[in-house]
Write a protein that binds this ligand. Structure first.
Ligand SMILES: C[S@@+](CC[C@H](N)C(=O)[O-])C[C@H]1O[C@@H](n2cnc3c(N)ncnc32)[C@H](O)[C@@H]1O
Ligand SMILES: [Zn+2]
Length: 332
């Protein structure tokens, strides 16, 4: 943890300033083991292996804890880097471009292994904080500790330990995995300053009826319940199907005949998946099957989120014909 992070932190219980009570271990000028305390209510928060911890997984609601456990396993095992992450990230953040990050103080809701936190830092953010509830923060910290403008914090998106100090917040593939996605979005938006901006990417209800009807029952009753090492092995089977179809059918047909490709089942997404190799496809299939909670959200419902926060200049863009990218500016 870099000491300058203290300036952006606020107690998740009372909003008070956070101070460094004492540190027992530093490494290369970073705080590795320490205790933070709230100036107002005097609650204490530990820093463990470089990450400040604001949510106790043993005390949190069971559905959130299960989600954190499953994704924690995922992001501490699928720690690979992929050269396509930058392009994929910008696809999810449409219409935002990479130049948008320069000089901004940025908050990421649900950073997983920190792949987007590090891109935001590399693209010139003044400071970027990646927050996650799960053990994934350990991977995220390892991936970003060398970047002087990147920070990782463990916290619940519903109880963010920050001041209203951000120029931009984004959340990619997270809100739909929380018990009340709109409420999580409103919580994230509440940390953005007036005239700042927010982006969110979520699963769409439209065109995903086959998932909600046939895949969801398997996910909720089986794949999210079994242990993750077993799912890791089992998920290689559907990955093989996706891999062969995307590489041998969807990619070649999309390159040769777009009208024919448009007739293929779930073409935009499977053609997009075909740009990734085996490891990343396995990660994506595993990600879909491991989540205990996943909402598929209609455009109409998504629009109501933006009205709820009173955003202006809102843009909602359909991505790969199966998900929604939203962007808007914060009015107050
Ligand atoms: C599908 S992953 C996406 C991670 C990252 N945004 C990415 O695209 O690589 C969802 C992440 O949301 C996190 N998450 C779920 N519920 C959360 C909550 N209540 N507060 C903070 N993070 C949460 C999970 O731990 C997981 O790392
Ligand atoms: Zn406090």
């Amino acid at each position: 943890m870099k000491e300058k992070l203290l300036d952006l932190l606020a107690c998740p219980s009372c909003g008070g300033d956070i101070l460094l009570a004492y540190a027992s271990k530093y490494e290369e000028k970073q705080i590795i083991e320490a205790v933070l305390s709230c100036k107002k209510c005097e609650r204490e928060y530990k820093v463990v292996r470089g990450v400040p911890l604001f949510a106790d997984l043993e005390k949190i609601e069971q559905d959130k804890a299960e989600t954190a456990e499953n994704f924690g396993w995922q992001w501490t095992h699928f720690t690979q880097e992929d050269q396509k992450y930058a392009e994929q990230f910008l696809g999810w953040l449409q219409p935002v471009k990479k130049e948008f990050f320069a000089g901004k103080i940025i908050l990421e809701g649900g950073c997983g292994k920190g792949r987007h936190t590090s891109l935001a830092a590399e693209w010139g953010a003044r400071e970027v904080i990646g927050v996650d509830l799960s053990q994934a923060v350990e991977s995220a910290f390892q991936a970003t500790k060398h970047l002087s403008n990147a920070h990782i914090v463990q916290a619940d998106i519903y109880k963010l330990p920050f001041k209203k100090a951000f120029d931009y917040a984004f959340s990619v593939g997270v809100l739909h995995h929380t018990p009340d996605p709109k409420k999580a979005f409103v919580s994230l938006a509440s940390k953005v300053k007036k005239d700042g901006a927010i982006s969110a990417w979520i699963y769409g209800a439209e065109n995903n009826e086959w998932i909600t009807s046939y895949v969801n029952p398997i996910r909720t009753s089986f794949t999210s319940k079994i242990n993750q090492p077993t799912l890791y092995q089992l998920s290689k089977l559907p990955t093989l199907g996706v891999y062969l179809a995307s590489k041998l059918l969807y990619r070649p047909i999309n390159k040769t005949s777009k009208p024919l490709a448009d007739k293929l089942f779930y073409n935009d997404y499977l053609n997009h998946l075909g740009t990734f190799g085996w490891r990343e496809q396995h990660n994506i299939v595993f990600d879909h099957l491991v989540a205990p909670t996943a909402f598929y959200i209609s455009k109409e419902a998504f629009e109501s989120w933006w009205r709820e926060i009173g955003a202006r200049e809102v843009e909602i863009i359909w991505h790969n014909r199966n998900s929604w990218c939203g962007f808007g500016k914060i009015e107050k």
